[in-house]
Design a protein around this ligand. Structure first.
Ligand code: ZN
Length: 236
């Protein structure tokens, strides 16, 4: 009995030791992957629009919340940017709003929190991710907005709009938009309405991980061609 018990103990110990060794090896691989990406020296703030009590607009057929699609695209965009050496700051990383516990002026406090995150990050670019809605269900396509006060943001918005038009077969023109997120700091900023949740076909695409990733990769490639110089091999 005693011998059997000891054998069992030895086997359990061996399994534990193996598990520890295996996790050490996996951890070192993971950190090697991250540290092997050379830093590009550029910071991008990704702002997933809405969150918490503010779900944004809703899908015409599925009722999906804009805030959730925004977050999924924002996270995918972060993945592509980080894999290619960018520093990324997210205004939110889950479905909560940024307004804290007080019940007053939630929207204002949410937006001010986003402004503070942008100011602290001192980014080269701010990309605010949203989805659109229009009473006429045939209206579709990605739409980029910029502040009328920033020539730099205008040039960036036009470039991003062009890349989105090519990849997602759209024909829109970047527009000025009087949005808080575009005006709250001096950093170059664009707001991207990735598609219309009022258009049934576009809604059907926007709820899928594959299309969300396609939109995110398109945004990444637009950003990379603006901030990444002549570089380099792209890591997907
Ligand atoms: Zn929105």
């Amino acid at each position: 009995m005693f011998v059997v018990f000891r054998k069992k103990s030895v086997i359990i110990c061996l399994i534990l030791v193996l598990a520890v060794i295996l996790s050490c090896v996996m951890l070192s691989y993971a950190s090697a992957e991250v540290s092997s990406v050379p830093k590009i020296g550029k910071t991008v703030v990704i702002d997933a629009g809405h969150g918490g009590v503010d779900g944004g607009v809703s899908g015409v057929n599925t009722g999906v919340k804009e805030s959730e699609i925004n977050l999924a695209i924002a996270k995918s965009l972060r993945h592509f940017l980080v894999r290619n050496g960018y520093d990324v700051v997210m205004t939110r990383e889950n479905n909560d709003g940024l307004y804290g516990l007080s019940t007053k002026n939630k929207k204002l406090r949410d937006m001010e929190a986003r402004r503070d995150i942008i100011s602290d990050a001192q980014p080269d670019l701010v990309v605010s991710v949203h989805q659109n809605f229009y009473p006429l269900s045939s209206v579709r396509g990605a739409q980029v907005f910029y502040s009328a006060d920033s020539e730099e943001s205008k040039a960036i918005a036009e470039s991003v709009q062009g890349t989105l038009n090519s990849a997602l077969e759209g024909d829109r023109v970047a527009k000025t938009g009087d949005y808080y997120i575009l005006n709250c700091t001096e950093y170059p900023s664009v707001l991207v309405e990735c598609g219309f949740l009022s258009n049934p076909e576009e809604e059907k695409l926007l709820v899928t991980a594959v299309y969300q990733e396609k939109v995110a990769y398109t945004l990444f490639s637009a950003i990379h061609s603006l901030l990444g110089g002549q570089s380099e091999h792209i890591h997907s």
